[in-house]
Design a protein around this ligand. Structure first.
Ligand code: ASP
Length: 316
């Protein structure tokens, strides 16, 4: 018997990753094999750890690191470029066993923001740090740093240029409501000891106001894990995910209704928020090893692996 009297299947392992949800694009259509390869590599990096008896939190960090290093995903290398022409990254990670988390916002030059978040979870009395001082702390922790040029990809530079030109013809008031291109990566895992973990990492939205922080670094919004309920990682329009407290909302719905993680996502995304004009996406695993994936937009890059099943998908 697991904690709280729930039955946790011994030896069950599972991992789900996402590479962001939103509108489709020419670029995505032209690079489907690269996206699928990246999602598969991430899921395998995590699964490899789980099948050797490793922890859910290690699996989540490994999967996200792989996506951060992959230039096709908007996190780490390949992050969106702000209106100031630089990259600002956010990440968070949560361990469902200890109910401990680490989170970082607006960090630069850090190759793997998720590892910085993990470091905060592990070692320090700091849990959530942001900005230039946070980047300095990462340097002190001897985390891997890269020059600005490492993060800026040709694709994100093209997006930046297009957004810059569009913005030139818009009033400030109108600009506030413009739909922005966005992207994120995330992972959730269940290990053979019944521990759950979740993590999320992002370069945020294209041509955003420097200093903008979305949901991805926020515990309870972008990321949530509790061994007694579920692990959840979200993606989509940060401003709307924040006011829905999305990751916790999904977990709490599963907890209070007793439904599966998939049903909880469907209730929150397709039920309660039906018709909302924003992008929402989520992945999750519950304490029973059930996996869930839901999104209300054109696509959500995702891949999963359990002992019985595996897959990679971008569209419905
Ligand atoms: N939620 C992220 C943000 O608002 C973007 C995304 O998930 O696509 O920064």
């Amino acid at each position: 018997m697991g904690e709280m009297g729930k039955i946790i299947p011994i030896g069950q392992i599972a991992i789900v990753v996402h590479g962001g949800a939103g509108t489709d694009s020419e670029f995505i259509l032209e690079h489907i094999p690269e996206y699928e390869e990246g999602l598969n590599a991430a899921v395998e990096a995590g699964y490899d750890i789980l099948k050797k008896g490793g922890s859910a939190i290690d699996a989540v960090e490994a999967a996200i690191t792989s996506l951060e290093d992959n230039k096709y995903f908007n996190a780490g290398r390949g992050s969106a470029i702000t209106a100031a022409g630089n990259v600002e990254m956010c990440a968070s990670i949560m361990d469902g066993k200890q109910k401990k988390a680490g989170a970082v916002a607006i960090v630069n030059n850090l190759r793997n923001p998720i590892s910085f978040a993990r470091e905060l979870l592990k070692t320090s009395d700091l849990m959530y740090v942001a900005g230039t001082e946070a980047t300095e702390t990462a340097k002190d922790l001897k985390l891997k740093m890269e020059p600005d040029s490492y993060f800026v990809t040709e694709h994100q530079w093209d997006v930046f240029e297009k957004e810059r030109k569009k913005k030139a013809g818009r009033s400030k008031a109108l600009d506030k409501y413009m739909k922005r291109l966005h992207g994120t990566v995330g992972a959730v895992a269940l290990d053979s000891d019944g521990n759950l973990a979740a993590g999320t990492s992002t370069g945020g939205t294209a041509y955003s106001q420097p200093g903008r922080v979305g949901d991805s670094s926020m515990i309870g919004v972008g990321t949530y894990a509790d061994n007694d309920i579920a692990a959840v990682s979200c993606t989509g329009d940060g401003e709307y995910l924040i006011t829905e407290v999305m990751a916790y909302n999904i977990a709490a719905t599963a907890e209070h209704t007793g439904c599966s993680i998939q049903e909880a996502m469907d209730l929150v995304i397709h039920g309660k928020n039906k018709g909302k004009k924003c992008d929402f996406g989520a992945i999750g695993i519950d304490t029973h090893g059930n996996i869930g994936m839901a999104f209300n937009c054109e696509r959500m890059h995702r891949a999963w692996r359990t002992r019985e099943d595996s897959g990679v998908m971008i569209y419905r």
